[in-house]
Design a protein around this ligand. Structure first.
Ligand code: COA
Length: 157
């Protein structure tokens, strides 16, 4: 069965990678799709984020794609019925609920499926990782080495 994992992945972290590993064992045709979150101003360009996603998932049974536009347009075009998202603490619920209801209004056939985060990544976010990188903190438990290298490069440390 086909499923996608949409996100802005700025940058991809072990929290995302954990969800990707688990979901790719459930869905045999699984694609990570880089999309834009209009509420965020990304640190990395789409090409940089795509490259990091590809590198981080190269040993997994997943495809990687890029879409500039609405999630619902992508799923309609590719005939996908399932999109997955990760859930961390309760504050993710409100945001995900709002997004799911808006998407359902536009595309009633799309089902969202939520994977609970691994406890190790409960408080992890891409913003947190960028903040730690900016001040030269330890990153190895949160992101793969090549993401760490890209972060260090961005903040020139
Ligand atoms: N572990 C660690 N961190 C996690 C996580 C997990 N399991 N699950 C989520 N996160 C974090 C991410 O690190 C990220 O942190 P940040 O807010 O500091 O950047 C945040 O939670 C969620 O980011 P991500 O999953 O990358 O996606 P997003 O919420 O930025 O993007 C889209 C959501 C891309 C799906 C949405 O904006 C979208 O659909 N865009 C296309 C346009 C569209 O259709 N808009 C209409 C929507 S109604």
């Amino acid at each position: 069965m086909k499923a996608i994992y949409p996100g802005s992945f700025d940058p991809i972290t072990y929290g995302h990678i954990d969800i990707i590993k688990r979901a790719s064992e459930v869905f045999d045709d699984f694609t990570v799709v880089l999309m834009n979150n209009m509420r965020k101003k990304p640190l990395f360009s789409a090409d940089e984020r795509l490259e990091m996603i590809k590198e981080a998932t190269k040993n997994l049974n997943v495809k990687v794609d890029l879409h500039n536009g609405l999630l619902v347009q992508y799923v309609k075009e590719k005939e996908i019925k399932i999109a997955i998202r990760g859930l961390r603490a309760v504050e993710d619920f409100e945001y995900e609920f709002e997004m799911a209801l808006a998407n359902r209004e536009m595309c009633p056939n799309l089902e969202m499926i939520y994977f609970m985060t691994d406890i190790r990544f409960l408080f992890l976010s891409s913003s947190m990782v960028k903040e730690i990188a900016q001040f030269g903190g330890e990153l190895k438990q949160w992101v793969p080495q090549m993401v760490e290298d890209k972060l260090r490069e961005k903040f020139q440390m």
